[in-house]
Design a protein around this ligand. Structure first.
Ligand SMILES: Cc1ncc(COP(=O)(O)O)c(C=O)c1O
Length: 327
C-alpha cells in the first residue's frame, strides 16, 4: 500500500483531474453499483455531503437511534445544514418499516418536511449489527411511495457484505446515496466514498466544495484506498471470526456481560458488572497491558477487530480481561 502511494500518478483533482482519484472513484462506484462516486477525506464528510445534498434548512431527517450521523458528527446536521432529526428504534440498532411509517410527517404547513431517511449498515453503536434485507426492502418501499430519498451510512458496508453474502449493489439499490469508509476495517490510512446517481453527484460536488472536501494531489491517498477496496474486503471474515471467538470467551468471564448472538461482524460490546471497575478504569488497566478498547457508556466497552489485530492480540486481551475480572 505504501509503495502504491509513493508511485501514484497524480494530477490536481480540483483543477483538471487526478487520474488515481478518478480510477478509485470508478472502481468504488462499480463496487457499490452506483453511477459515480466522490473520494472525500472522511466518513463524516461523506455523510454530511449527503445530508446537505438531499435537504434544505428546516427539513427533518429520519435516522436510527444512536446513528453515527446524529451521535458522533458534532451536531453537523443542525450546525451545517439546519436539519432537525427524528430518531427511531432502540439500542439494538433495529429500524423497521413500521418505525419509519409512524415517524414520517404529514404534508402540513405546521410540520417540517420529512426529507431523508438514513440507515447505518453495520450499526456501530449497536455493536456492528446488520439490518436485515427485509427491513431495508420494507423501508425502501415506503420511501419510494412517499417520494423520500434514502441515504446509507455504509462506513462498514463491506463488513455487512462479507457477513451476509449479499453484494454491495444489492444493498445499495435501495439507497439514493451511500457512504463507504476505506479506512477502518479496510485498512486505508485516510478516505471515504460518497456515491450515487449523476443527479445526486451534481449537488454533492457543490456541498463538497462548500465543506472544503475537494483535495488536490489526492492520488497518493486514492491509491491506498483502491488497494483497500480491491484487496481487503474478503479478509474481513477473519475479523468477524476473531470477534466471535473473543465474544464467546469473554461471555464466560465473571462480571462481564456479552450478548454473543448479537456479534454479527467485527464489533463486540462488553458490559461491566458493578463489582468491576467502570469503563474508564477498565480502559486504563487494559491500556497498561497494551490493549486499546473504547468506552460506549459508563460501564460499556467497545472492542473492534481489524487487519492489524490477530489471534495473538486476542489472546492478550483475554488474559488481561481475565486479570481485570479477578481483581
Ligand atoms: C457508522 C459510521 N459512520 C461514519 C463514521 C465516520 O467516519 P470518519 O471517522 O472517517 O469521519 C464512523 C466512524 O467511526 C462510523 O462508525
Amino acid at each position: 500500500m505504501r509503495e502504491a502511494m509513493a508511485n501514484a500518478v497524480v494530477g490536481d483533482d480540483v483543477l483538471d483531474g487526478d487520474p488515481s482519484v478518478e480510477r478509485l472513484q470508478k472502481i468504488a462506484a462499480q463496487w457499490l453499483g452506483k453511477d459515480g462516486a466522490l473520494f472525500v477525506p472522511s466518513g463524516t464528510m461523506a455523510n454530511q455531503i449527503a445530508m446537505g445534498s438531499w435537504t434544505r434548512p428546516g427539513d427533518e431527517i429520519v435516522v436510527q437511534r444512536f446513528a453515527h450521523v446524529t451521535t458522533f458528527e458534532g451536531g453537523a446536521t443542525s450546525a451545517l445544514h439546519g436539519l432537525q432529526t427524528m430518531t427511531v428504534g432502540d439500542l439494538s440498532g433495529s429500524m423497521e418499516p413500521v418505525d419509519v411509517e409512524q415517524s414520517l410527517r404529514p404534508v402540513f404547513i405546521h410540520c417540517p418536511k420529512s426529507a431523508l431517511i438514513c440507515m447505518e449498515q453495520t450499526h456501530n453503536m449497536a455493536g456492528g449489527r446488520i439490518s436485515p434485507m427485509e427491513s431495508v426492502q420494507g423501508i425502501s418501499a415506503i420511501a419510494r411511495r412517499e417520494g423520500i430519498p434514502m441515504h446509507l451510512d455504509g462506513a462498514r458496508l463491506a463488513n455487512a457484505v462479507v457477513a451476509t453474502g449479499i453484494s454491495a449493489p444489492e444493498w445499495c439499490q435501495h439507497f439514493g446515496s451511500v457512504s463507504l469508509c476505506l479506512s477502518k476495517g479496510l485498512g486505508a490510512p485516510v478516505g471515504s466514498i460518497i456515491a450515487g446517481s449523476e443527479g445526486f453527484l451534481e449537488r454533492a460536488r457543490v456541498v463538497r466544495k462548500r465543506l472544503g472536501g475537494w483535495m488536490r494531489q489526492a492520488g497518493h491517498l486514492a491509491e491506498a484506498a483502491r488497494i483497500a477496496l480491491e484487496q481487503n474486503v474478503e479478509r474481513l471474515q477473519e475479523d468477524h471470526d476473531l470477534a466471535r471467538f473473543l465474544a464467546e470467551a469473554l461471555a464466560c468471564m465473571p462480571g462481564l456481560q456479552v450478548d454473543v448472538a448479537s456479534v454479527e461482524s467485527n464489533i463486540v460490546m462488553v458490559n461491566l458488572a458493578e463489582e468491576l471497575p467502570d469503563a474508564a478504569g477498565a480502559i486504563e488497566f487494559l491500556e497498561k497491558h497494551g490493549v486499546r478498547v473504547s468506552s460506549m457508556g459508563a460501564r460499556r466497552l467497545r472492542l473492534v477487530t481489524h487487519m492489524d489485530v490477530g489471534r495473538e492480540h486476542g489472546d492478550r486481551l483475554l488474559k488481561t480481561m481475565g486479570e481485570l475480572c479477578e481483581r
